[in-house]
Ligand binder design. Structure first.
Ligand code: GLN
Length: 457
């Protein structure tokens, strides 16, 4: 059932005031870093006067705080950008505004999107929408939680290795990571340029398709965008061949996650699709590839925050080295620094061949293996995350444990293929569990049509 539809043809001012009130009432979740109240109300009045029209006229939404947007700072949940006011807006935000949508606030995230729990935010964690003692997931935790709490009907996030799908799974909402290059990243703080994508959080698939339809497309300001290809379709091909990745269904995975995934498989079969076990042994190595390639790329992207060109400058400095060192030390969280160090190391002369180049070669093997499976299967699937949302603080002392939660989401990121996490029920204690569906590059429309069909089975 579309949630967005409930906001269409209503008083935009009322929509925005109600959303702002819900944001206030749910402050304890710390899902939002700022509200863009003044600008949102101005735009709402313009919609009500008929000056702004479009498919999303008067519909409130939230963006992750690594999207440049007017009306509040763009912090990327970091101290170094705490006072940064965007001089322009992200293309995705512009496109939504051109259809009349109204941004009411900026969502919390792991600083610079480095993390899987939103505990790495410099401004404190976001709490899970279903259990305040647990993590929201990350890095787009705030965007998932505002959608799950129904503060707004949709939110935008970015996904580099699972940052849309993982929090979607932890909060019982739909998270779409499109084919690499589907949506312009212009005006979004870069993490890892070869896997960063923009996508949506919604309560149902159809709303996600609508949002993606609006934000997708070629952008002259982002040379990595693909020529327009994404158009939602009415129906999926009748019977699809689906491969269940067996390496994602092992004893290491939480029992209830396995149980909900198996139930989803039964529903797929009941709808006339075939599901067969397939093997993708290379997934054993994908985290190793990811945690070399991504730090390498982000260490380059984060070099610009030096306290001179970008970012808050430390005070009381005497030398240039101190200026760089202290500004970056004070401006980044521990996880940012850890990744910058790993990235600089694997790119350094003498180690580049052994780590970065090797990881890129292994990545090609992963892509080849996936392509091979896609010769036989339309869709690949498995759980989205090995567990339901974990406890706050449970994984913070051990980065490796935190990284392990990404094992099921990084393959689609490294291969640039579309993936969606859909709610598949809850654990006995009421924690949401998600299932992930993946398909070949540029088959996003078919993938989402299947996910939508399954909501009615
Ligand atoms: N959890 C993953 C990481 O820490 C994914 C982050 C992301 O997609 N931005 O890198």
């Amino acid at each position: 059932m579309s949630r967005i539809a409930d906001f269409i043809d209503k008083s935009a001012r009322q929509n925005v005031e109600d959303a702002l009130k819900r944001a206030k009432d749910n402050e304890m979740y710390h899902a939002l870093l700022s509200l863009t109240k003044e600008r949102a109300l101005e735009r709402a009045d313009a919609v009500d006067r008929g000056e702004i029209t479009g498919r999303l006229a008067g519909v409130p939404f939230v963006v992750k705080d690594n999207f440049l947007a007017y009306g509040a700072p763009t912090t990327a949940a970091s101290k170094i950008l705490e006072h940064f006011s965007a001089p322009l807006q992200a293309t995705a935000v512009e496109k939504l505004e051109a259809e009349g949508a109204i941004c009411i606030g900026k969502a919390n995230l792991d600083a610079f999107a480095h993390g899987g729990s939103t505990e790495n935010s410099a401004f404190g964690p976001t709490l899970n929408a279903y259990d305040k003692t647990r993590v929201a997931g990350g890095s787009s935790g705030g965007s998932a939680v505002v959608t799950a709490l129904d503060i707004v009907p949709f939110a935008l996030g970015s996904d580099t290795g699972g940052s849309i799908r993982e929090p979607a799974s932890f909060n019982g909402v739909v998270g779409i990571k499109p084919t690499y290059g589907t949506v312009s990243r212009y005006g979004v703080v870069a993490m890892a340029s070869s896997t960063d994508v923009i996508g949506s959080f919604t309560t149902n698939v159809a709303d996600g398709e609508l949002v993606m339809d609006i934000i997708a497309g070629l952008d002259r300001k982002d040379m990595t965008t693909l020529p327009d290809f994404f158009k939602p379709i009415e129906d999926t091909k009748k019977a699809q061949k689906i491969g269940l990745i067996k390496e994602f269904m092992t004893d290491d995975v939480d029992d209830e996650v396995l149980a909900r995934t198996n139930e989803y498989i039964e529903k797929l079969r009941a709808a006339g699709h075939t599901v067969e076990e397939v093997s993708l042994p290379i997934v054993a190595h994908t985290l190793a590839m990811y945690y070399i390639i991504v730090p390498a790329e982000l260490s380059s992207n984060l070099a610009r925050y030096d306290g001179i060109r970008y970012g808050t400058r430390a005070t009381g400095i005497r030398t240039l080295a101190e200026l760089y060192g202290r500004s970056r030390d004070e401006g980044f969280v521990t996880e940012n620094k850890r990744r910058i160090m790993i990235g600089s190391y694997v790119l350094s002369s003498g180690f580049f061949d052994a780590y970065y180049l090797q990881a890129q070669k292994a990545r090609t093997l992963l892509i080849n293996d996936l392509n091979k499976l896609f010769e036989t299967y339309d869709v690949l699937m498995g759980p989205t995350v090995p567990t339901p949302a974990f406890k706050l603080g449970e994984n913070t002392a051990d980065p490796i444990k935190m990284y392990l939660a990404d094992i099921m989401t990084v393959p689609a990121s490294l291969a640039g293929i579309p993936a969606v996490s859909v709610p598949a029920g809850t654990s006995q204690s009421g924690l949401p569990i998600g299932v992930q569906l993946m398909s070949p590059r540029r088959s996003d429309a078919q993938l989402l049509a299947l996910a939508r069909q399954m909501e009615t089975v």
